[in-house]
Design a protein around this ligand. Structure first.
Ligand SMILES: *Cc1c(COP(=O)(O)O)cnc(C)c1O
Length: 242
């Protein structure tokens, strides 16, 4: 009974968000199929995550290596893949490398080098996104805008890695206009780099937009929104856990 109730709620939330995404894409004169919905799982139980997978989610976003490893075996991953989206310490790369199909939060060359090294060790290749620190915030990871192209050129040469696009987490803004300006700026960088035609760099994925601002992100060209709260409800966790 209880379980049923939860599944229905998960299904309803997935449906509502998907409808909002589609409506916004159409409003922006874009194909709704261009925008992928990721479920961000931090602090959720494997059970909660499996409910949204049952409701049609085919992409999970993981923030913490430890959390991913603890729940990985319990996930129903037959039709679902995992991207890593959190700050990643180089010494944690080996724990996640065989569990994810993309690392979206590549924010330094040192991290890229370690991912490349682990790929060779495991005989695999890895798709990555470069994280842009679009608000130039001290507290956030990501390449500053003016270092991104150089970094892309160097990282693209590392064996086993394929740069597929950009990820951004803009500063939290009260005004929609300001939030949109950051998304628009990220899209411009995405287009700029695309036009450079760098070997082994294809700008296909623009990962931006979360529960509070995904509509603005889609209006400015996001191809993948990362949603936690709007899918699962408010998070409960000790602040130190993040
Ligand atoms: C937590 C998180 C999200 C989702 O945030 P919500 O506001 O709960 O939707 C998206 N991206 C990253 C990188 C996150 O850490």
């Amino acid at each position: 009974m209880m379980e049923n109730h939860c599944c229905e709620q998960a299904a309803r939330r997935v449906e509502t968000i998907r409808k909002n995404i589609d409506k916004t894409a159409v409003e922006a004169q874009r194909d709704p199929a261009e925008v992928r919905l990721m479920a961000v799982t931090k602090t959720r139980t494997a059970e909660e995550v499996n409910e949204v997978i049952a409701a049609g989610i085919d992409l999970l976003g993981e923030n913490r290596a430890q959390e991913l490893c603890a729940r990985y075996e319990q996930y129903d991953l037959d039709r679902c893949e995992i991207h890593f989206i959190g700050r990643l310490q180089t010494n944690k790369v080996r724990q996640i490398i065989d569990k994810v199909t993309m690392i979206e939060s590549v924010d330094s060359e040192r991290l890229a080098q370690e991912i490349s090294r682990q790929c060779r060790k495991h005989g695999i290749e890895m798709d990555i996104l470069l994280e842009v620190n679009i608000g130039e915030e001290e507290s956030k990871g990501g390449f500053p805008q003016n270092e991104l192209e150089e970094a892309a050129r160097r990282i693209a040469q590392l064996p086993g890695l394929h740069i597929k696009g950009l990820m951004a987490i803009p500063p939290i803004e009260d005004e929609e206009e300001k939030a949109r300006a950051y998304f628009a700026a990220t899209k411009r960088i995405f287009i700029d780099i695309k036009h450079k035609n760098i070997d082994n760099v294809s700008m296909e994925i623009l990962s931006m937009g979360m529960s509070g601002d995904y509509s603005q992100a889609i209006l400015e060209g996001s191809t993948q929104v990362r949603i936690g709260t709007a899918l699962f409800g408010p998070r409960n966790y000790p602040a130190a856990q993040l």
